[in-house]
Design a protein around this ligand. Structure first.
Ligand SMILES: [Zn+2]
Length: 138
């Protein structure tokens, strides 16, 4: 079924359902479509908003996707904050101490420079960089 917005020569518009666009053409040719206001058969399809992905819809889904990604990162951040110890800027040092002393199994998180991260990885210490999203930001 297709819903068309129909426009009459009397300038009134109304909606009607058709099984297909060819049905509309057929009924119109047979003058079987009447204006519900003036009974005229001079009916045209007016421009309808097609239910196709438009540019703005694409933008909306992009925004939605970004929001979902952000939510996931936010959840990741919450998880890390809940389960790991914040060592701040001492991250590289703390990571080494855990790795070599095997003191604790609890994870840590903090900040490290690119250089420090590279060194840790070279020493075989597993670190991963996560995008740290800000909270309370839309
Ligand atoms: Zn009319």
């Amino acid at each position: 079924m297709i819903k068309y917005n129909l426009k009459c020569k009397c300038k009134k518009t109304f909606e009607s359902w058709f099984s297909s666009s060819s049905e509309f053409d057929y009924l119109k040719r047979k003058k079987l479509i009447n204006c519900i206001y003036c009974n005229s058969t001079s009916i045209e399809k007016s421009i309808m908003s097609p239910n196709l992905p438009s540019k703005s819809n694409k933008n909306i889904s992009k925004i939605k996707l970004e929001k979902e990604t952000k939510n996931q990162l936010l959840n990741l951040r919450k998880y890390i904050e809940k389960n790991c110890r914040d060592v701040g800027a001492n991250f590289a040092q703390e990571a080494r101490s855990i790795f070599y002393d095997k003191k604790t199994s609890k994870g840590i998180y903090g900040s490290a420079t690119n250089e420090e991260t590279k060194e840790l990885l070279e020493e075989g210490i597993e670190v991963s960089t996560v995008p740290w999203v800000k909270k309370n930001e839309n």
